[in-house]
Design a protein around this ligand. Structure first.
Ligand code: C2E
Ligand code: CA
Ligand code: CA
Ligand code: CA
Length: 276
């Protein structure tokens, strides 16, 4: 039994140093990716539930190495967060998405067109976060009301007073705040009220189980009722089927995002579908 325990110990250390090496290699590769312009954005369309009109898009980052398979944001965003690289990456994402939205509206895309950008906690915590967002809006000339910043419940774990201050400063400018992945954390009504968010996004984990799991369907109904009483707009994500769409629409969910209506698209594909 003793040698078995020792063996496990060694195995454990090897695993750890292996993953540390991998992480360092990934960090180096990510720095190179930034320099060599291997990062790009895809845009996933969002629709009004009732009219099915296009109302906006969420910018989603992609890493496509010059030679090699693309890397999922689920893999590299956590590393970018740990290393702080998320700060320059996040600014690049926001600038690129705002610039793209302005260009599309000039090319005749139906308006108002809301552009949503994901903001990670690490980025939000930067002392000059608000200033950098405002600078990007001025630089790109995007009207602030057309920018939606998607934050997560994780900001509830940061310095609360500072978080509220930043959110109010952004809202003062007209920028909209959406609570992403709603329902997956420990938050709720209290968080929505405290941060005065404009929208919440029902996490796809709940949407997936519509019609299959009665309990989850009840959770969605509760979220929609709560949002209505708080006058918070709701967008459901991960909508993949017609029956999920119908369920959500019939219960007052205002907006829909998901493969059923459109996957995240490269710029040219987005234009092919919505600009001509
Ligand atoms: P998220 O913000 O929750 O984005 C939604 C994810 O669900 C996206 O995955 C999207 O492609 C996927 N999705 C959309 N519709 C459907 C559907 O109908 N079914 C299913 N199964 N999936 C759907 P993606 O693009 O791989 O992004 C993963 C996560 O990476 C995002 O989750 C977000 O947390 C993060 N991320 C992506 N881009 C950025 C970024 O620019 N900045 C930051 N900080 N995080 C980002
Ligand atoms: Ca999001
Ligand atoms: Ca989400
Ligand atoms: Ca998510």
């Amino acid at each position: 039994a003793k040698s078995q325990g020792g063996g496990r110990q060694v195995f454990y250390q090897e695993e750890m140093s292996h993953s540390l090496t991998r992480q360092l290699a990934m960090e180096q590769a990510l720095r190179k990716a930034i320099e060599q312009n291997e990062l790009l954005l895809h845009y996933q369309p969002q629709f009004a539930a009732e009219s099915q009109a296009l109302i906006g898009a969420e910018a989603l980052i992609r890493w496509q190495p010059k030679n090699g398979p693309s890397v999922s944001p689920a893999v590299f965003i956590p590393i970018a967060e740990e290393t702080g690289l998320i700060v320059p990456i996040g600014n690049w994402v926001t600038r690129t998405a705002c610039r793209q939205a302005v260009a599309w509206m000039q090319q005749g895309l139906s308006q108002p067109f809301l552009i949503s950008v994901n903001v990670s906690l690490r980025q939000f915590q930067e002392p000059d976060f608000v200033a950098s967002i405002i600078a990007i809006l001025e630089e790109t000339t995007l009207p602030p009301e057309l920018l939606v910043l998607e934050i997560t419940e994780s900001i509830a774990m940061s310095d609360e007073r500072e978080a509220v201050e930043k959110l109010l400063a952004l809202k003062d400018r007209g920028i909209q705040i959406a609570m992403d992945d709603f329902g997956t954390g420990y938050s709720s009504l209290a968080v929505l009220k405290r941060y005065q968010v404009d929208k919440l996004k029902i996490d796809q984990a709940f949407v997936r189980d519509i019609g299959e799991n009665e309990e989850q369907s009840t959770i969605i109904e509760a979220i929609l009722a709560m949002a209505a009483s708080l006058k918070v707009e709701v967008i459901a994500e991960g909508v993949e089927t017609h029956s999920q769409y119908l369920f959500l629409k019939e219960r007052g969910c205002g907006a829909i995002q998901g493969y059923y209506f459109g996957k995240p698209l490269a710029v040219a594909d987005f234009e092919g579908r919505f600009l001509r």
